[in-house]
Design a protein around this ligand. Sequence first.
Ligand SMILES: [Zn+2]
Length: 153
Amino acid sequence: MTENIKQSLHQSLLHAILYYNDELNEEQGGFIVKIRNKEEYRFIPIRNSNTGTPTALVLYTADVAEFNEKIAMPMLDGEWSVYASFHTHPKGMRALPSSRDLTELFTSFATNYIYAPGKELNMFDYNAKPEFGCYNWNTSNIMTFNGFKPIIK
Ligand SMILES: [Zn+2]
């Protein structure tokens, strides 16, 4: 990817999907950042700190050092803010948040995307419901895959 290409939100989501390494067979992910004062987004992949272990098959945990270097530091410089988290689920599973997604990953970000390879891309954004004394997540289906296979050369 060329760093300087301007991306819409949908282009950055497409980039996140295309970044998925089908052969790794692990949960993968990263973050979508929004460029300051612009309608420009960018997907920044961050390695799964569980990579190479059985945990990685079912859990994406962003590597802290890489997150700090590639996302937090530029954010402190005012370049961008984190718009959303993005992670994949194991093949065959749906793109619905696990209990660990809800209690760990989602507690840090108001907008979260989950991609089930070849199946669906869903967005979950925070919806405070003070009348119930709790919160929940709005679920939006961004894309459902129905067998169309693009030819990538
Ligand atoms: Zn998950």
